[in-house]
Write a protein that binds this ligand. Structure first.
Ligand code: HEM
Length: 177
């Protein structure tokens, strides 16, 4: 799987071009959730890197969600779940919003509450956790492709990939609990 990028040119960049400070990101969570974040070594530095990716995510959001649903449609059972409860076109709209919010640089009670609500939605439609996890992996791979495409510096690219994998892992902790 490889995302189709908007342009062929390798617009390599450094995350320095979009420098975010720690004051611009927020982690405000309960003690228990803080332990979850500590165990995956997720801190404000990671959230800064995640927020720094926001413009790239926005630029490539169409390809990310296209890939996401193309992947799910390989499985006829998942395709049926989607069409029984909604449609790819409608879900693309909600997924776009959801992914963009993930890169806002804010992890607080509202962030957590929204994810718990989405988790309940997926339980209601009978989605098994294994399929949920497959979808997360596909999403992670798409974002890694974007980082690989645009980031020049190996260390910056690696740090950004680690930060994204942590925020996606945290979201999985919330929705699969
Ligand atoms: C709904 C995100 C995986 C099927 C939603 C919504 C979001 C979302 C944000 C809208 C919830 C709302 O309206 O309140 C995600 C994320 C996933 C994921 C982030 C994993 C990374 C899947 C998978 C399927 C799926 C694997 C496979 C069938 C659906 C369906 C709905 C839905 C059918 C609509 C439910 C309804 O409105 O009755 N999802 N989803 N999702 N998702 Fe997912």
């Amino acid at each position: 799987m490889k995302l189709q990028f908007l342009s062929n040119k390798k617009a390599k960049q450094s995350s320095n071009e979009n420098r975010i400070s720690e004051e611009e990101v927020t982690i405000r969570v309960s003690k228990e959730v803080q332990v979850q974040l500590d165990l995956i070594h997720f801190n404000k530095k990671d959230l800064v890197l995640v927020k720094g990716l926001q413009p790239l995510i926005e630029e490539n959001i169409e390809s990310i969600v296209d890939q996401f649903y193309k992947n799910l449609e390989f499985n006829s059972g998942l395709k049926a779940i989607i069409n029984d409860h909604s449609s790819v076109e409608r879900l693309k709209v909600t997924l776009k919003r959801h992914i963009q919010e993930m890169f806002n640089g804010v992890i607080d009670e509202l962030f957590i509450k929204q994810r718990v609500t989405i988790a309940i939605t997926h339980v209601r439609i009978g989605l098994q956790p294994k399929w949920y996890m497959c979808a997360f992996q596909d999403l992670l791979e798409s974002i890694i492709d974007i980082i690989d495409e645009y980031y020049e510096d190996r260390d910056e690219s690696l740090a950004a990939i680690k930060a994204v994998s942590k925020i996606l892992n945290f979201e999985q902790q919330l929705v699969l609990e």
